[in-house]
Design a protein around this ligand. Structure first.
Ligand SMILES: Nc1nc2c(ncn2[C@@H]2O[C@H](COP(=O)(O)OP(=O)(O)O)[C@@H](O)[C@H]2O)c(=O)[nH]1
Ligand SMILES: Nc1ncnc2c1ncn2[C@@H]1O[C@H](COP(=O)(O)OP(=O)(O)O)[C@@H](O)[C@H]1O
Length: 228
């Protein structure tokens, strides 16, 4: 399967190559509707696997939410500055979502990858399509809510959106859910795996099992470094 193969190397070869010759873990793309639980699941990975994952911090033109930290959750920017850097080729991908511009700069991914960490990208569906055109070769994971009703409740309870931005998110969610459930268009065509986030612990278990090969790669590389 797409998940099972390590860029075509049999495990024995990998062990000989790692870590000196720089066999790097594959990045992970988390996509799916706003409110599906991507940030929650990602924070669980960062909490439980110290020194294994790194988050690719995106740029956005949307306002920070209470508690969000510039440079950690996002690089909060403005349209002019972002557009200039996009025109200069500094971004891997960018997209419009709910009236704001979002994008992944090359340096945000390079910074994480240079540390040998599994780079996590949280991007909407247009970003997924654009990343497909690059040589990043990530594992593509779609996080889905159990239903649109449950998604709406979670988004309302999160208490981060105005009625307008909530409606825009729900509209985008309907499109995303439709796409991700369409076998030819999406799974296994676009996503390597689709996780329905109903029970959080179950969803997290599934996510860990999808990533276990990459996690092991980083952990064994670190061990070898300590012993050498
Ligand atoms: N294409 C793309 N989408 C992004 C990027 N960063 C975040 N997003 C997506 O933008 C959407 C809105 O994100 P955000 O405003 O943080 O709202 P939330 O997902 O409801 O927490 C989500 O679907 C994210 O996955 C990015 O760099 N590129
Ligand atoms: N399995 C779950 N059951 C109940 N609530 C959840 C679950 N997963 C996430 N949530 C809550 O739903 C809201 C949206 O999750 P979040 O991680 O912010 O989504 P996303 O990053 O995909 O926009 C948050 O308030 C979060 O605490």
């Amino acid at each position: 399967s797409a998940i099972g193969s390590l860029a075509g190397y049999p495990p024995s070869t990998l062990n000989r190559l790692a870590p000196e010759s720089g066999v790097r873990p594959r990045p992970v793309v988390l996509s799916g509707p706003s409110g599906a639980g991507k940030s929650t699941l990602m924070k669980m990975l960062l909490r439980d696997y110290d020194g294994v994952f790194g988050f690719s911090v995106s740029h956005t033109t949307r306002d920070p939410r209470p508690g969000e930290v510039d440079g950690k959750d996002y690089h909060f920017s403005n349209r002019e500055a972002m557009q200039e850097d996009i025109d200069d080729g500094k971004y891997i991908e960018n997209a419009e979502f709910s009236g704001n511009l979002y994008g992944t700069s090359k340096s945000s991914v390079d910074d994480v990858r240079a540390k040998g960490l599994i780079c996590i990208l949280d991007v909407e569906i247009q970003g997924v399509r654009n990343i497909k055109e690059t040589d990043l070769d990530p594992i593509y994971v779609s996080i889905q809510p159990p239903s649109i009703e449950i998604l709406e409740k979670r988004l309302r309870d999160r208490n981060t959106e105005t009625e307008e931005s909530l409606q825009k998110r729900l509209e985008a969610a309907r499109v995303d859910m439709e796409l991700s459930r369409s076998p030819l268009l999406s799974y296994p065509g676009v996503f390597d795996v689709l996780i329905v986030n109903d029970d959080l612990e179950e969803a997290y278990d599934k996510l860990q099992s999808v990533l276990i090969e990459e996690i092991t790669k980083v952990q064994s590389t670190k061990k070898e470094k300590c012993n050498s």
